[in-house]
Write a protein that binds this ligand. Structure first.
Ligand code: AHG
Ligand code: MN
Ligand code: MN
Length: 332
């Protein structure tokens, strides 16, 4: 019988890569894994209970919040709070950073987390894959001091870990701590994430492009030119490329990571920074894709080098196989 390695076992083994590690990051990753299993349970029975649909309210970006968005947000924040290794959280569903306190005393913990608790939530009612995206930083202030926005507003290059969970035809957790990317598939029969995709790498080139072409007329000329390039017949470069767009960033990125491809969410005149958020969508995905050997750019600079000014800041995103990203950049 083939032996399995659970996420918990893997995290503990990898702790040895960080000789001075005290296990805090390992415990934090474990906490996220536990919350992911709880959210997975609810996502899977979404059609069975009265949890689908909108709650009354919109989030800070003006989008209506889905019940499961709010549920996932609560689950992750609760897990991070009770786990004890995180002192401050930025979430898509919270206007401001959430300070984690116990009995009125703020946590001494050394890490902060940025999270999109449920990505692609407009897809949930139609049974299409959704996800969670997270990013982990060391706080800038010292443990015991008051936290401030500065603790959260760090460049993507400062991430110590990032990952996503995809609630798909199977549920997977994919993460990096800056030493490559590993993927774990949830075995529902034992309730554990098991190492299924060790050392994930994205093909250097691909033939899938993922972009919401409905917005074509609003795209910058360079992006329009690239889309036309994808559609031209050319046997030597395997064109026309295949267009695949799910509308859940996690799912589009996951497919492209496995198969090679490019994901683009550009700016438009109406949305000068595009739609996707830097802190809890683009930075963590950029870290994972770079660690897998790919590239992530705003069109002007490396996503992870963008200076953040706001928790819900948006950036244009061009992410995927290195050669494809370079090709897009050559059109801009
Ligand atoms: P969220 O559900 O967290 O708001 O994110 C949705 C995002 C992303 O997952 C997806 O790639 C993109 O929105 C789709 O946007 P369009 O419908 O504009 O293409
Ligand atoms: Mn999202
Ligand atoms: Mn979301």
């Amino acid at each position: 019988m083939k032996s399995i390695k659970t996420l918990g076992q893997f995290i503990i083994e990898k702790q040895a890569d960080f000789p001075y590690a005290k296990g805090e990051l390992s415990r934090l990753l474990r906490d996220i894994g536990i919350a992911a299993k709880i959210v997975n349970r609810e996502v899977n029975k979404a059609g069975l209970v009265d949890i689908l649909g909108n709650v009354q309210g919109v989030n800070v970006s003006g989008e209506s919040q889905k019940k499961l968005d709010v549920y996932a947000d609560e689950q992750f924040i609760t897990a991070l709070k009770s786990g004890g290794e995180c002192c401050f959280v930025a979430s898509e569903e919270q206007d401001e950073g959430v300070q984690l306190v116990d009995d009125g005393v703020s946590k001494d913990a050394n890490y902060v987390v940025c999270i999109d608790p449920l990505d692609g939530s407009s897809n949930i009612e139609v049974n299409v894959s959704v996800g969670t995206i997270f990013s982990i930083y060391r706080r800038k202030s010292n443990a015991g001091e008051d936290v401030s926005q500065d603790d959260l507003l760090q460049k993507g290059t400062k991430q110590v870990a990032a990952g996503y969970i995809i609630y798909g035809s199977s549920t997977m957790l994919v993460y990096t701590t800056g030493k490559g990317v590993n993927g774990f598939t949830l075995d529902p029969s034992i309730g554990e994430f098991c190492l299924s995709h060790p050392n994930m790498t994205i093909p250097k080139d691909g033939h899938i492009y993922s972009i919401n072409e409905g917005n074509y007329l609003k795209f910058p000329q360079g992006i329009k030119d690239y889309i036309k390039y994808c559609q031209v017949e050319d046997a030597a470069s395997n064109r026309p490329f295949t267009s695949r767009y799910i509308g859940s960033m996690v799912a589009d990125i996951h497919r492209n990571l496995l198969m090679g491809g490019i994901f683009i969410y550009p700016q438009t005149a109406q949305q000068p920074f595009g739609k996707l958020r830097l802190m809890y969508e683009c930075n963590p995905i950029a870290f994972i894709i770079e660690q897998a050997g790919g590239k992530a750019s705003t069109g002007e600079q490396r996503i992870m080098e963008v200076t953040p000014h706001h928790l819900h800041q948006r950036v244009p995103a061009i992410i995927g196989s290195t050669k494809m990203v370079d090709k897009v950049l050559s059109f801009l």
